[in-house]
Design a protein around this ligand. Structure first.
Ligand code: RAM
Length: 926
């Protein structure tokens, strides 16, 4: 048999590949014949959507995958065809675009180049590919999407609201905070072919046609964008809801983020008028159309059962105010009031929602009843999470039911201090005695426990009285990491719950207290980890559009986006989200559109950095290494940690310039490259000389782990200084008894920097530390999510007395990236993982680890198991991917692949297939 080594030496890319893989036992075709019947699969548009209506992009990007079943390994060409109609029985006609055969291995983010697509347009597309031997596949199945209303010009209606809430009528804040009920009757006599509802609100809406709630699982639509600049619109297929004859289009409307308390952080007031905008378009079989829009003919009332709604404070529901059938034709609305209207503001962009809305994703049952006294009961859901409760329990007429929330109990007591001023309480006033069912509509809560009081005291509480409807932006969360260590698995779960809890239309810092804002720093440190755990590319791309909307003319990026008037100065490490997130998304997806869309913002942020610096040293204001443990308590604001602020700001200045430079190169912005390159070198030099002495000791302030982590992670020292910097960092960790001493900015850098220094063993040690400050410390104290502080809570001492103390903050979940890129060792070598490095970090703390990462080409799977010094490793590579495998140090003679002994491997060109290795390690911990 030819040795594997010789096969790999044959560098001719295609042709030989198939043979090599068969030898490795990984080929799928037993006959050795290439099977080209298999068509491309998983067709997606934009950032990963399929078969959707209300799409936002007029020049979409197309992505697909080579099917696992295909016997080929690589794609060598593709052809995309796009049509304006589709009939399964007829030939596919590519009347919009036919790319023709394009020689390219690219299988993702291919930009549409056909005829202009317009609002409402239906688009059908399919793709076929050619493999390494130029054999073509079948055509894929046809995927379709339909565009939403792309701009204001297509909106015929007006904003409407109950007149009492119009600012001209000087409404009280209570009036503004009272949800509105809106309705419009209309006739539809002909046979309906299709009906679409385009709808949005300044505030939050829930829509109905003929009494049927549209998309009952959607929550808090349209979501949160910088409302004065851009509001997202939803498109619903309501074809089946329109009746022949009389119909009613109706909606509830509340202030939400638009006019609720979030608007003015420090004030409770509801100050702006919530308004609805809707357009129902019915197409009839005879080719005619009908349009129902929000206008002065709509009727309204504020005398409905939802008496009050606020994101922070909760909802009040009064059954006495229920209006049976208000959203059906079986209703007399003669005492309702005509709405006020307002014309569309041409400067306000109305754009189709870019990603799926928040939805009720799962329902949790209480795991126990913690306490029951009289008419009060506390349920424990066993998991800190976000959403609304759904209650079903016996009530007594006139006796108010109160529902409170808490993230934790302390010594059996319900703890709400850390919600600060957020009242986060729901009230339900029953009008009749009997079982009531209720779930709030226009608020949400971050909690693990609920306390319900005021139920029928004669009844014995049961766990089926309450469910927790878990809400987050609808995306897939993967179950993709497992190890032999239960606490590590718990940490992986905590990170996921932290993500689910705070990816609530936008990335929030926390979901429970009177804050819940899109803090840019938190987002910056967690974005990459989140991409490993969930399908959140669309989520991030959409939020970045809001960041662009909110960028200041100075180039400054607000501390949180959407911006609300509270703290108004840009911070280094926070505003750098503008450069770091686009770049990281690009590395993980390979989609250069995310760079093109954000390049101007990146440049603006670099300019802002420049404006805050002198001689390339930045003195931009900063929150510093936020919440670093054991800070110098004598400092002005110990929450900002001990690392020199200018050191931090200059390090981020360099980082942002570097990423903008890299982006300029990818986008071939030749005119910018030279200046950015020069700027980068100057900032780097200034960083080295201003903050570090010749021997690399820190010049001023404290020498912290983070000062060296920033320098090493951002590659700000010359090669000759690197070793010394690593030694100093290791020394500081040792001085801390091998504990981390890092806050929000330093923590996400730890694992990579230590791995690069050859000290993955130390990453494991930090990861497995049980004592404060560490991840497992929180788990030992009952954490089911990641906390804001390393010491937010302890079983013994209870809550950290600091006011700012959330038990559901995702920032420290940034460590999760290392589960995939370190423990499993899956790292992109090229943007989008078409070329990938697999270098698992085997550690003695674990005996098994397994998981996967979903790349645009398919799933990369790694699993390993140690028994003493023996290691078994399984690697699965998807199609159209080339992997470079770096094995841990092992005895050469012990190595087997597919149970066959081999002495020599060249593993830098593994291609699609499954590979099983075993070996005897020379040392078990790297
Ligand atoms: C807190 C937020 C956030 C952090 C800022 C600096 O109020 O919760 O996590 O980024 O402060």
């Amino acid at each position: 048999m030819l040795s594997l080594f010789n096969f790999f030496k044959l560098k001719k890319k295609f042709g030989i590949t198939f043979l090599v893989s068969c030898l490795l036992g990984a080929c799928s075709s037993s006959s050795g014949q290439l099977d080209n019947e298999v068509a491309p699969v998983e067709l997606k548009v934009g950032e990963g959507q399929n078969n959707l209506i209300g799409y936002y992009e007029s020049a979409p990007r197309f992505s697909w995958k080579v099917d696992k079943q295909a016997s080929s390994k690589f794609q060598s060409a593709y052809q995309i065809q796009v049509s304006s109609n589709f009939d399964e029985t007829a030939e596919f006609t590519a009347d919009l675009w036919d790319s023709g055969k394009v020689t390219s291995a690219t299988n993702a983010w291919v930009r549409y180049q056909g005829k202009e697509l317009v609002s409402r347009q239906k688009v059908y597309w399919r793709v076929k590919t050619w493999d390494e031997s130029d054999k073509n596949s079948n055509w894929s199945e046809v995927n379709h999407f339909e565009l939403g209303l792309l701009n204001q010009a297509q909106w015929q209606g007006k904003w409407i609201n109950h007149p009492d809430t119009s600012l001209d009528n000087n409404p009280s804040q209570a009036v503004i905070a009272t949800p509105q009920y809106l309705r419009k009757e209309f006739k539809s006599d002909k046979s309906v072919q299709q009906a679409r509802l385009y709808i949005t609100a300044k505030g939050l809406f829930k829509a109905y046609i003929n009494g049927a709630m549209i998309a009952p699982e959607d929550a808090m639509t349209p979501g949160w964008t910088p409302y004065s600049k851009r509001i997202e619109t939803l498109t619903y297929d309501v074809t089946d809801l329109v009746n022949s004859g009389q119909n009613v289009l109706a909606a509830n409307l509340a202030g939400g983020w638009y006019s609720g308390r979030v608007y003015k952080f420090t004030e409770r007031e509801h100050k702006l008028t919530p308004q609805l905008l809707a357009q129902l378009e019915i197409s009839y079989a005879d080719g005619t159309t009908k349009r129902i829009v929000t206008d002065e003919t709509w009727l309204s009332t504020q005398q409905g059962p939802i008496r009050f709604a606020s994101i922070y404070d909760g909802e009040k529901y009064d059954q006495n105010y229920e209006i049976p059938n208000w959203h059906t034709t079986n209703f007399n609305a003669s005492n309702w009031t005509r709405v006020d209207t307002a014309k569309l503001d041409q400067k306000l962009k109305l754009t189709p929602k870019r990603h799926k809305p928040i939805r009720n994703i799962q329902a949790l049952k209480p795991v126990s009843i913690v306490k029951h006294t009289g008419d009060t009961v506390i349920f424990d859901f066993g998991q800190n999470m976000v959403g609304v409760p759904k209650i079903n329990l016996p009530a007594v007429a006139g006796k108010q039911i109160k529902i409170r929330f808490a993230e934790a109990l302390h010594k059996g007591e319900f703890y709400t201090d850390n919600y600060r001023s957020a009242v986060s309480t729901n009230y339900y006033l029953p009008s009749t005695t009997g079982v009531i069912e209720y779930q709030p509509t226009f608020t949400y809560h971050g909690y693990r426990y609920i306390e319900i009081s005021g139920f029928d005291p004669a009844a014995q509480p049961r766990t089926d009285w309450a469910q927790a409807l878990v809400q987050h932006t609808d995306f897939k969360v993967s179950n993709n990491f497992k190890s032999s260590a239960p606490k590590l698995n718990q940490l992986a779960s905590n990170v996921k719950w932290g993500l689910k809890s705070n990816f609530y239309d936008i990335p929030l810092d926390c979901p429970q207290r009177d804050e819940r804002l899109g803090w840019t720093g938190d987002a910056q440190v967690f974005a990459s980890s989140s991409m490993h755990v969930a399908d959140v590319y669309a989520f991030w791309a959409a939020w970045l559009e809001s960041v662009r909307d909110d960028q200041m003319t100075s180039g400054g990026i607000p501390l949180y986006v959407p911006f609300v008037d509270w703290i108004n100065w840009p911070s280094s490490g926070w505003g750098d989200a503008a450069t770091i997130i686009p770049w990281e998304l690009y590395m993980l997806t390979g989609d250069s559109a995310i760079l093109a869309d954000n390049y101007e913002m990146m440049q603006g942020w670099v300019k802002y950095h420049q404006s805050q610096s002198k001689d390339y040293v930045s003195s931009m204001k900063t929150f510093g290494d936020w919440l670093q443990p054991y800070p110098d308590e004598t400092a002005k604001n110990p929450n900002r940690g001990d690392t020199d602020f200018n050191l931090i700001s200059t390090a981020y200045f360099a980082r942002s310039v570097e990423l903008t430079l890299k982006t300029a190169k990818v986008l071939a912005k030749e005119q910018d490259i030279e200046a950015l390159e020069a700027l980068y070198q100057n900032v780097k030099k200034a960083f080295r000389n201003n903050f570090f002495n010749a021997d690399l000791s820190v010049k001023s302030g404290h020498a912290t782990q983070t000062s060296y982590l920033l320098a090493l992670a951002f590659d700000l020292f010359d090669a000759k200084d690197k070793k010394n910097a690593q030694t100093r960092l290791l020394g500081l960790i040792k001085d801390a008894d091998n504990h981390l001493r890092t806050g929000f900015l330093g923590t996400p850098l730890l694992a990579d920097v230590l791995q690069e220094a050859g000290r993955s063993d130390l990453v494991y040690e930090l990861l497995f530390k049980e004592s404060y400050p560490s991840w497992f410390y929180s788990i030992n104290n009952g954490a089911t999510t990641t906390w804001e502080r390393w010491n937010s809570y302890s079983l013994e001492d209870g809550f950290n007395p600091q006011g700012m103390n959330s038990l559901n903050h995702y920032a420290y979940g940034s460590i999760a990236e290392w589960f995939y890129q370190g423990i499993l060792g899956i790292k992109p070598l090229t943007p989008g993982f078409s070329s990938v490095l697999i270098e698992p970090q085997i550690g003695t703390k674990l005996t098994t680890a397994s998981g996967f990462y979903d790349t645009p080409q398919g799933q990369i799977y790694v699993s390993w198991e140690t028994k003493g010094k023996f290691l078994k490793l399984v690697v699965k590579i998807p199609k159209n991917t080339q992997a470079q495998l770096v094995l841990p140090k092992h005895e050469a003679s012990s190595l087997t692949l597919m149970d066959t002994a081999h002495t020599k491997f060249e593993l830098d060109n593994l291609q699609a297939g499954e590979y099983k290795f075993s070996m005897k390690l020379t040392s078990t911990a790297k």
